[in-house]
Design a binder for this molecule. Structure first.
Ligand SMILES: [Mg+2]
Length: 374
């Protein structure tokens, strides 16, 4: 089997909550999705999505996804999509870095391989684990009471995991406001609930230490991505009792090895487009597993196609190391595919259909904006 065609689609995904706010004054109202369709000489096709979280979350942006695909397309035409490592070697030889551009191609290969084998992608990724994948809510920075209400709405919808965003500037209220946000939201914590407090790399160690000192003891949460650099993170790690989960700093296998070697964290956020596709996310999951790191499996953001990839790798991740998965569908207002993964009691399961199990809505995708063929 060989890849004979690559089509690129662009879709705007408005944020479902109006305005999404992160540390450092970053605001997002809409996301720019790139969706790739690969066609093979057998007639089988596969889809993948890459939607960066704006241009200020990590070093990735939507126009860069499409420019990267333009570089990559000639190097993957003619290859067998089932040879995941060879596809990734070819992409890495053609373009250094730019994981976000490689992701939709890699994910589309897994979709095709699943269809060819008549197996769901979670089975190809190691095998389905019989469990409901717990989903996490994502609660942007706001007034403490507003964040508490947002968490309550998500709890009422059955979510047992919550990601609270912090990172107030001194002018906004600084560590005092961040501590108030966490205290207020955790006041309602139920047994079995799990809280991430995510600064998205927005704190200095000084801010983080002041914030932690302001909290009462006994609050049960994991501090996510406190600082932007390894120096800051390692300095904080030495002086901080809260477990730490790293996200933006972990993008490559080398990053995980560095985190393990320096004992920088207790868990990692695996985001498929940040890690470079399912092939690399799987490799990084296995390194995390061998090291006793827990994982939060996500994507930067995205629609149904991005969520399908998340759900399949989460469904094949041992329960002990899987804290939660992010349902990106809940963050956007546009549906790009039919995907039979309904939420029940705050969780869901990957469908049993072959491949990703999605049926893209071609009328929503529109005409391809770029096409390549053998
Ligand atoms: Mg994060």
């Amino acid at each position: 089997m060989k890849i004979v065609g690559l089509d690129v689609y662009q879709v705007d995904l408005p944020y479902s909550g109006g305005e999404y706010r992160l540390s450092g004054g970053r605001n997002y109202t809409s996301f720019d999705a790139t969706i790739v369709q690969l066609t093979t000489d057998t007639g089988l096709t596969g889809f993948g999505e890459s939607t960066p979280f704006g241009s200020t979350y990590i070093a990735a942006h939507a126009k860069g996804v499409r420019a990267g695909i333009e570089e990559l397309a000639p190097h993957i035409l003619g290859l067998d999509p089932r040879h995941f490592d060879r596809i990734n070697d070819a992409m890495d030889s053609a373009l250094l870095g730019h994981h976000h551009a490689k992701t939709p191609i890699d994910v589309a290969c897994w979709d095709i391989a699943g269809k060819a084998a008549n197996m769901p992608v979670c089975d190809l990724l190691g095998g389905r684990i019989d469990m409901t994948v717990p989903l996490i809510s994502s609660i942007g920075t706001d007034d403490p009471d507003e964040m508490r209400l947002h968490a309550k709405r998500m709890r009422d919808a059955g979510f047992m995991g919550h990601s609270l965003k912090i990172g107030a500037s001194e002018q906004e209220g600084g560590p005092m406001l961040d501590a108030e946000r966490v205290k207020t939201c955790l006041a309602d914590k139920l047994p079995g609930e799990w809280f991430l407090v995510d600064a998205n790399n927005g704190l200095t160690p000084e801010h983080a230490l002041r914030f932690l000192e302001l909290l009462p003891s006994g609050l049960d949460f994991v501090l996510e991505a406190p600082c932007a650099s390894w120096r800051e993170t390692l300095s904080l790690r030495k002086r901080c009792r809260a477990p730490i989960l790293l996200d933006e700093l972990i993008q490559t296998e080398e990053d995980i090895i560095h985190a393990i070697h320096s004992d920088a964290c207790d868990g990692i956020g695996l985001k498929i487009s940040k890690q470079g596709g399912l092939t690399k996310t799987k490799r990084q999951r296995e390194i995390a597993r061998a090291s006793g790191l827990v994982t939060s499996i996500q994507n930067t953001v995205g629609s149904d196609i991005a969520f399908a990839a998340i759900l399949h790798i989460a469904q094949s991740t041992p329960q002990k190391m899987l804290r939660c998965a992010l349902d990106t569908r809940s963050m956007v207002t546009v549906t790009t595919a039919d995907f039979d993964a309904k939420i029940k009691n705050g969780g869901t399961q990957a469908p049993h259909d072959a491949g990703l199990g999605i049926t893209p809505k071609m009328d929503t995708l529109g005409e391809p904006i770029m096409s390549y063929s053998l």
